[in-house]
Design a protein around this ligand. Structure first.
Ligand SMILES: Nc1ncnc2c1ncn2[C@@H]1O[C@H](COP(=O)(O)OP(=O)(O)OP(=O)(O)O)[C@@H](O)[C@H]1O
Length: 305
């Protein structure tokens, strides 16, 4: 029995129109392990929403197979849907009702108890603002209420499609903190986004797609790789540059003095021997954005043909 919460194999989606066939999702093998936050990353138009819509039975797959909690979907979706919460499109809430009233109504509809409303409000950090009318909420609060609504049935899998779209930095941070806490509480979160910096801070694993194709997948640590460059801080960078160059080190172009090496002690030694004293030697790891841009370089907007 697989411990993958989401699994697709050869998943494909073609859109046909008079202009021809557009392949939005291209034989995609997706593997999302249980627990933690899994980033589903790709540029605009790379097929993230289409994939999510297929997983949730909102769009038909042209080919391939999908499993949620080990069950083949869409055929067995009714058996697992109660374990899944999703924010895919803008949810509809009554603008004149408070956040709490909206959640209470929803809880009654799905047969969830009043404690769940309390719990969901607290989890998304809306306690204290849940008595305010929905129409007075900031975009970030609206998005958090949408997440709270999905938590009423205590899902084991939460699928969030671009939850920070249109939010300002404060709103992004609010959602990020909420998502991180959910991941830490044991919920598996699939977080689709094209905003890398923010995703890097919450994801434990990630899948990167471009033009509907899988480009890379794995633990964020592994996707980033290990650092092979160090930032050198010295009072006289020109002198240090000359010393390191003379000692045969590879230096990167740029305003910072960056040296590529797997022997940082040798940098210290070379500079010390020349009487140039370090005040900083910091490993520089590639960030997810760099990895992402390298992987998706050349991808055009829109699906592959
Ligand atoms: N109903 C549709 N008919 C035709 N083409 C579609 C349809 N839905 C999506 N597409 C195309 O499929 C491709 C993938 O779109 P999708 O919305 O899945 O990408 P995305 O990665 O979610 O992008 P974004 O980050 O902009 O939301 C795009 O080229 C899009 O234009």
């Amino acid at each position: 029995m697989s411990d993958l919460v989401i699994e697709t194999s050869g998943l494909r989606k073609e859109f046909r129109s008079r202009r021809g066939v557009r392949i939005a999702v291209h034989d995609l093998d997706l593997a999302v392990p249980a627990g933690g936050v899994h980033g589903f990353l790709g540029p605009n138009g790379s097929g993230k929403t289409t994939t999510i819509r297929m997983l949730l039975g909102l769009a038909h797959a042209t080919a391939g197979t999908m499993r949620l909690f080990g069950e083949p979907v869409p055929r067995r979706l009714p058996a697992v849907i109660d374990r899944i919460g999703a924010v895919v499109e803008n949810p509809k809430f009554a603008p004149h009702f408070t956040g709490r009233q909206n959640l209470t109504l929803l809880a009654r509809t799905i047969g969830a108890s009043a404690d769940r409303v309390e719990e969901a409000v607290a989890t998304v950090g809306l306690t204290g603002r849940d008595g305010d009318r929905y129409k007075s909420y900031s975009l970030g609060m609206k998005q958090r209420l949408a997440i709270a609504a999905t938590l009423l049935k205590r899902p084991a899998l939460l699928i969030l499609d671009e939850p920070t779209n249109g939010l300002d930095p404060a709103g992004i941070r609010e959602i990020r903190d909420t998502i991180r806490q959910l991941g830490e509480s044991g919920v598996t979160v699939l977080l689709s986004s094209h905003i890398l910096a923010e995703v890097q801070q919450v994801c434990t694993s990630a899948t990167i797609i471009g033009n509907g194709r899988l480009l890379a997948s794995g633990r964020v640590e592994d996707l980033l790789g290990t650092s092979t460059a160090y930032r050198v801080g010295v009072p006289d960078p020109a002198a240090a540059r000359a010393v390191l160059d003379g000692a045969g080190f590879t230096l990167r172009d740029g305003s910072d003095l960056l040296v590529e090496t797997d022997r940082p002690a040798a940098v210290t030694e070379a500079l010390g021997n020349a009487g140039v004293w370090l005040c900083e030697l910091t490993p520089v790891r590639p960030d997810l954005e760099t990895v992402f841009l390298e992987l998706t370089a050349g991808d055009q907007l829109g699906g592959a043909a």
